[in-house]
Ligand binder design. Structure first.
Ligand code: ARG
Ligand code: ZN
Length: 869
């Protein structure tokens, strides 16, 4: 197979361009015929052979400029087709056959619930026809689709409908033209019997765009929020970046079998239906927010991804980091900026920081890969977005916008690189960002340490910030990075202190972005009468760990008085983390937990200070998660972490009991999916969870029964699912019966049971593998049940190794049918060196069992290889 490591340094431009592609599909589930007519032009060396990518297809015929090619004129191998001696410009017609119904990897053309659909990013197009399947080959596509009308009344591809006709024999045909040159990974085709939800949008320059969301029949009523999100996204991109939609139609198709979240194919986005379908009875507030965010993300790709694409897959963060940043900003503008930031940082710390600190660490622009599907990671996406956000902090909003404008002006219609993006940012602002570029090549989470001193005689406060990035695989020595230090100073009275650096004539505000470029730098502020309280990394401006030994008094002050809401939350998290780490150490040694009074009092004061912002209050009350805590200890002890967190929860519940009860009073509110209403539910459900540690299951059971929306019902069920009480069994059974037949809702039910801390969870999960709600053919179900168990630190890491053995069985069963899903699950073993010796040995054995399996996919081979290295 072609699976040798691919290296960024080896990039070479293609020898040929393909200007025009005409595809003809005769769709049949078992055997689909594909004819590709390619207009090819030599752009490289005159003696270069044409080498096309192709996998898992049957070649039926080849013709060059109208002449059939005899078998001795080309060489067909499992992953490529080589034609030597081709002219400088020619037309190649390729006839092939593929088997969509047998496609369980869900890459290329496959069938989901009787609907033909495609997933071509990153290398799926080579399973549809032979092609230069690389993102720097841009072509204009015309796609003709023929299929039986009764089973496949809807025939879609990219661009505008050019023609449609009946073929007489029960079949029909549609022809689609996409005028925008695009790489093959943005090609899409959908054919099936789907319901269409329609709306319109007028762009600010007056283009009338038809918006169509296609869903399973009967689910039309669940597409409204996605449609609303789409229209708001379109408006936001015009207002924020001046970027308009460029075709007359925009399609979104929701399918139930999809490896990832969604795909930005030009004018024909294909979505995992869990990111489209939402109504009050079936979707939680988190589901609504995810629908909004993913719809926006895929829409925003039309510019950052499609109009300007990536030169090669090492540049993936060029489109993904930037587009994640854009969808985060959209949500911040539409909802609460502070709450959005908190939620994004939580995800970054729970998923990206561990990745960046383990054997799978890689820069946001990786240097090599075996299987590019393995690099659709939290690092490329979420850390990539943080790097973009730092540019915004360093250049400020207007400067960032100037950079975006220049980037679009320079590279529209091109396949670009990360270097070119940063160059546009630099040139538009007259800045040198060469040092900043290190973020693209250096992996690992930087750690900042602080030194502070105050000189009362001169009123001078000095802050020294030092940075150090721990080694990561292949990168033993790290260089200092260029990063924003967003800071403020707070007086003992809680007031922000005007910030005047030595040498400045006047203070410049109370919140500033300093630029750290050296290993260590000192700033001196004057006019600071008394020792201040430092508020640093405001808004989480840089994706770093700040090692600070701030006193409990200072943390408490900042929890209620820091002008930056993110930093108020951060102070609460730091205080809680400190207590939890002490509690973890105590639990491991069988000592009583540390006193919590000071923290609880500070939390109460902070809570009182945010009256009127329930969404923020709910975030304040949420203790650091188990994954985050695991990152903070030398040797992960899952039982001690779980116990310490449980103990602190109980203490908070006792200490805040009156406030928590008060939250739960007041008349019921009618359901609305907006952020403000969701905030009330978030706080009420947070309170319910805490109170259940005091009161037991009765209130949760009552809410479960009375709820008129999924957020309240599911929150109650989640609380019950952590309690070993008869109500738990009753509620789980009721939930199942209420939603029988609704796959998306039953996935929540599977996930909840897989994530439960109760001791019989593994047995439950094993039994659920045979439940009709589960199926190995559907990634959502696998992620809910098997992935949910892998994310259950307490049970996955059971001391007897039963959790590991179970996961190995699942991974090996899935790998032959869907390597992408198998390799995602395999990443759960990545942090094995962080556990005690017994667990390390068990996890290593587990991975070695996988490594020794004949026929293992390159996807899993790469992950297991990196993990064990
Ligand atoms: N570009 C898509 C997105 O951001 C992700 C597609 C990845 N698919 C894959 N099979 N790796 O949103
Ligand atoms: Zn994306």
């Amino acid at each position: 197979m072609s699976h040798q490591p691919i290296r960024r340094a080896d990039y070479l431009p293609p020898d040929f361009g393909i200007d025009r592609v005409e595809l003809e599909f005769d769709l049949e589930p078992a055997r689909t015929l594909v004819r590709a007519r390619l207009a090819i032009r030599r752009i490289g060396a005159s003696d270069a052979a044409l080498v096309l990518d192709g996998e898992d297809m049957e070649l039926l015929g080849l013709a060059l400029d109208g002449n059939a090619l005899a078998a001795d004129r080309y060489r067909l191998e499992p992953t490529r087709l080589t034609i030597p001696g081709v002219p400088d410009a020619f037309e190649l017609v390729i006839d092939g056959a593929i088997a969509p119904a047998a496609n369980t990897a869900l890459e290329g053309l496959y069938i989901s619930s009787s609907v033909f659909c495609t997933q071509c990013e990153p290398e799926g197009f080579r399973r549809i026809t032979w092609f230069l399947d690389r993102p720097d080959v841009l072509s204009v596509f015309r796609t003709t689709i023929r299929a039986e009308r009764a089973r496949f009344p809807i025939l879609l591809s990219n661009g505008n409908l050019a023609a449609a006709r009946d073929l007489g024999d029960g079949r029909h045909e549609a022809v689609w033209d996409d005028p925008f040159p695009k790489p093959s990974y943005l090609f899409a085709l959908v054919a099936g019997d789907l319901a269409v939800v329609e709306d319109r949008f007028t762009t600010r320059s007056g283009r009338d765009v038809a918006l169509k969301i296609l869903v399973e029949h009967g689910k039309e009523g669940r597409a409204g929020y996605a449609m609303d999100s789409l229209k708001r996204s379109m408006r936001w991109d015009e207002e924020t970046y001046g970027l308009e939609y460029d075709l007359d139609v925009f399609h979104i198709v929701a399918v139930s079998d999809f490896n990832m979240g969604a795909m930005e194919n030009k004018s024909l986005n294909v979505f995992n239906d869990r990111f489209i379908l939402a109504d009050p009875a079936t979707a939680t507030d988190l589901d609504y927010a995810n629908v909004e965010g993913v719809v926006a993300h895929e829409y925003f790709h039309n510019w950052t991804g499609n109009r300007i694409t990536c030169r090669d897959w090492f540049q993936l963060s060029l489109k993904e980091g930037l587009t994640v940043y854009r969808d985060q900003e959209f949500t911040a503008d539409e909802r609460s900026r502070a709450v959005k930031r908190i939620q994004d940082v939580r995800v970054l710390r729970a998923r990206q920081f561990p990745e960046d600190g383990g054997p799978l660490a890689h820069p946001i622009r990786p240097d090599s890969y075996l299987e590019i599907n393995n690099f659709y990671t939290a690092t490329v996406y979420e850390k990539g977005a943080e790097v973009i956000r730092m540019l915004e902090a360093l250049l400020d909003r207007d400067g960032f916008r100037r950079g975006m404008d220049l980037y679009v002006a320079r590279h529209d219609g091109e396949a670009a690189t990360c270097d070119q993006f940063v160059a546009a940012m630099a040139d538009a602002n007259g800045r040198d960002l060469s040092h900043f570029l290190r973020w693209y090549g250096q992996a690992g989470t930087p750690r900042l340490t602080l030194e502070q001193s105050h000189d009362a005689a001169t009123g001078t406060y000095a802050l020294t910030v030092s940075q150090r990035t721990p080694p990561t695989p292949g990168q033993p020595d790290k260089l200092p990075l260029h990063l924003p230090v967003h800071m403020g100073l707070i007086g003992r009275d809680g007031a922000e202190i005007p910030l005047r650096l030595e040498g400045e004539n006047a203070p410049q505000g109370t919140s500033r972005v300093l630029e750290l470029t050296e290993a260590s730098q000192t700033w001196r502020f004057v006019g600071v009468e008394a020792p201040p309280v430092l508020s640093i990394n405001r808004g989480f401006a840089a994706p770093v760990v700040v090692e600070s030994s701030e006193s409990e008094d200072d943390l408490a002050l900042r929890m209620r008085a820091d002008a930056d809401p993110f930093s108020r939350w951060e102070a609460a998290q730091s205080f809680a983390t400190r207590l939890l780490l002490a509690g973890i150490a105590a639990a491991a040694e069988g000592r009583p937990p540390p006193p919590t009074d000071a923290f609880v009092a500070a939390l109460a004061a902070a809570f009182d200070a945010v009256e009127g912002d329930p969404a923020f209050a709910a975030e304040l009350l949420a203790l650091p998660g188990e994954l985050y805590l695991a990152e903070q200890v030398a040797v992960i002890d899952v039982e001690a972490i779980h116990a310490a967190r449980k103990a602190l929860r109980a203490a908070v519940a006792q200490g805040l009991v009156d406030r928590l009860r008060h939250v739960r009073t007041g008349p019921p509110r009618p359901f609305a999916p907006d952020a403000a209403s969701a905030g009330h539910r978030a706080l009420a459900n947070m309170a319910l969870g805490y109170l259940s540690t005091i009161d037991g299951p009765a209130a949760a059971m009552a809410q479960y029964r009375a709820a008129d929306n999924m957020t309240d019902r599911f929150s109650a069920l989640a609380i019950l699912s952590e309690l070993d009480v008869p109500e738990r069994t009753a509620a789980l059974a009721d939930f199942h019966d209420r939603h029988a037949g609704d796959a998306l809702v039953l996935n929540k039910w599977l996930g909840l049971q897989a994530g439960s801390s109760l001791p019989d969870t593994l047995a439950t999960v094993r039994a659920l593998l045979d439940h009709p709600a589960f199926s190995y053919g559907n990634p959502n179900k696998i992620y809910a049940l098997v992935g949910g168990f892998a994310g259950n630190a307490l049970r996955f890491h059971a001391a007897d190794g039963s959790g590991y053995a179970f996961m190995v069985d699942q991974i090996l069963r899935l790998d032959p049918q869907n390597p992408q899903v198998a390799s995602r699950l395999l990443k759960a073993f990545g942090r094995w060196r962080r556990f005690d010796a017994d667990r390390q040995a068990l996890m290593r054995d587990a991975m070695e069992r996988i490594a020794a399996t004949p026929g293992l996919s390159p996807d899993c081979r790469e992950i297991v290889g990196l993990s064990l290295a």
